[in-house]
Design a protein around this ligand. Structure first.
Ligand SMILES: Nc1ncnc2c1ncn2[C@@H]1O[C@H](COP(=O)(O)OP(=O)(O)OP(=O)(O)O)[C@@H](O)[C@H]1O
Ligand SMILES: [Mg+2]
Length: 221
């Protein structure tokens, strides 16, 4: 489903280039769950952003369902990304002026999906056990509740892949476990899950682990 061939990424700065990924080869099948590990600066977020088509690689090719992503126009890519990927980040990225239901419905604004956003949001809030929070605002929620809101938002348009960059990085152990369980449930229902973590406990729930070191894959995972 996801196939990266010899992917490298350098970031351009005023005074030169910063190498972030070096010759990454990686295949992820539909429905898999994959954990990406490595020290700070090892390239984890860069790799996720390339998989999610937010970043363009400097070298190499990326095929998604055998489609060559580099052939997509900017507009096609935005549409593709919105349809295929749901995003969960360490710091939630909820909009503080919007209530919880509105936050969860945000991805629908940029989409022509036939999914009824309100109806699906309410269903997801039930599943994630946050239904009673729908009229509150992000600053009126705990960290664990905010992250469940972010997960509901990521799943709103029924994406095939959920991309989670340290989704438990700001949470205590109990909340982390709840957030992980919800992500695992989506995976069990067939969604591909690609998750970055520093947390060994979280990583221990994944059979497939990819270790990065200085932008290189250092395991066969
Ligand atoms: N926008 C950017 N411009 C320049 N360099 C960048 C940029 N983003 C990341 N880098 C550099 O690329 C390398 C990989 O960064 P990346 O964010 O992928 O690491 P990471 O493994 O996600 O780290 P962390 O665990 O701290 O989140 C680092 O050397 C970083 O400084
Ligand atoms: Mg990162």
């Amino acid at each position: 489903m996801i196939r990266l061939n010899n992917i490298s990424k350098n970031y351009s700065l005023k005074d030169g280039e910063v190498p972030a990924l070096d010759d990454i080869n990686l295949t992820i099948e539909k429905g898999e769950k994959v954990c990406i590990l490595g020290r700070s600066g090892s390239g984890k977020t860069t790799l996720l952003d390339i998989i999610a088509t937010i970043l363009t690689p400097s070298q190499g090719s990326y095929f998604y369902n055998d489609m060559d992503i580099s052939q997509f126009s900017k507009q096609e890519l935005a549409k593709f990304r919105n349809k295929e990927f749901g995003f969960v980040f360490q710091s939630y990225y909820l909009i503080k002026e919007k209530n919880i239901l509105e936050n969860i419905c945000l991805p629908a604004i940029y989409s022509d999906s036939l999914i009824d956003p309100q109806q699906n949001a309410l269903k997801l809030m039930d599943i994630l056990d946050i239904a009673e929070l729908k009229d509150r605002y992000p600053n009126e929620l705990s960290g664990g509740q905010r992250q469940r809101v972010a997960i509901a938002r990521s799943a709103l348009l029924n994406p095939n892949v959920i991309i989670a960059d340290e989704p438990t990085g700001n949470l205590d152990e109990a909340s982390s476990r709840i957030v992980l369980d919800h992500l695992m449930n989506f995976n069990e229902q067939g969604k591909t899950l690609i998750l970055v973590t520093h947390d060994q406990e979280i990583a221990s729930h994944f059979e497939r682990k990819i270790f990065l070191n200085d932008g290189r894959k250092i395991s066969n995972g």
